[in-house]
Design a protein around this ligand. Sequence first.
Ligand code: SF4
Length: 322
Amino acid sequence: MQLVGIARLAAQSELLEAKRKVEYFEIPTRSLLNRSKPNMPFRWTINPYRGCEFGCKYCYARYAHEFMELDAHAFEDKIYAKESPALLLRHELAKTPKADAIAIGTATDPYQPAERRYQLTRSILEVFAKERGWHIGLITKSDLITRDLDVLAEIAQRNVFNVHITVTTTDEKLARLLEPRAPRPELRLQAVQKLRSAGICVGVNANPVMPGITDSEQSLDRVARAAKEHGAFTLGGGPLYLPLAAQKVFLPFVEQEFPDLAARYKKVFEASVYLSKPYKEALSERVRRIRERYGLAAGIIEYRPELWAEEEQLDLFDTLKS
Ligand code: SF4
């Protein structure tokens, strides 16, 4: 079979390093900013890596490896580091309107283990640290983010910048099952605290909320309480979404670990990759109530970055002089 496009690039990529079962490759990239679907709260996404070593059982992004003619499990074993992302970003920002929101880490975790070595996420953040006036979001479930507190704080002074830390459950054992190689929930919550102390607008996302596994009032309440105690401003909780590539991993996992739920999961997701409208509405109402209980906000917080205010002061001085 003749491989084309991204599948051909993946097949030709140079092997950088092999560790355990995980292999790292470098992949040429034509553009870093990818346009998001129209119903998303951001216009552009940035994912410095393809594949994610954390290997969450529910990960919807596994389809990305199928584009490269790789199977859904390879998503966590073959990690592709994009070439020269900072250079690409500088060029692309020059052509992008500042009103367009940009989200980092929508399809792979920007602070997965590969980041310790390749530092692609840091290089991207360093570009944003020299910019001003952008609306930027970053999503991760790794406490490695605290390595970059210096550059994150700089971004927050000149841009509207929201960090979202994912905590699906505070139960360490359950988290280990669901997210086998991601940092423990407690480490993620400590990262929330450090981000808050550094002046960064940080929230906790319980996404994806999984029926019968993490969607109980008690489970979501524990996440919300921990989020509040560690200084989060916002709480999110969206429903599980399982495209076919993700079903190949998640449904056998449910059968093995939650056999009582397996038949219902199979029936629901055979009919659609989305959960039903009544389920989504009931979940949204539950999350709204819990959020209110702890005085947490929803979604993205708009705030005036420190240096915007300073600029206004300087503008006034200029007026007095003339
Ligand atoms: S951290 Fe995110 S991208 Fe990585 S495997 Fe988990 S859900 Fe997928």
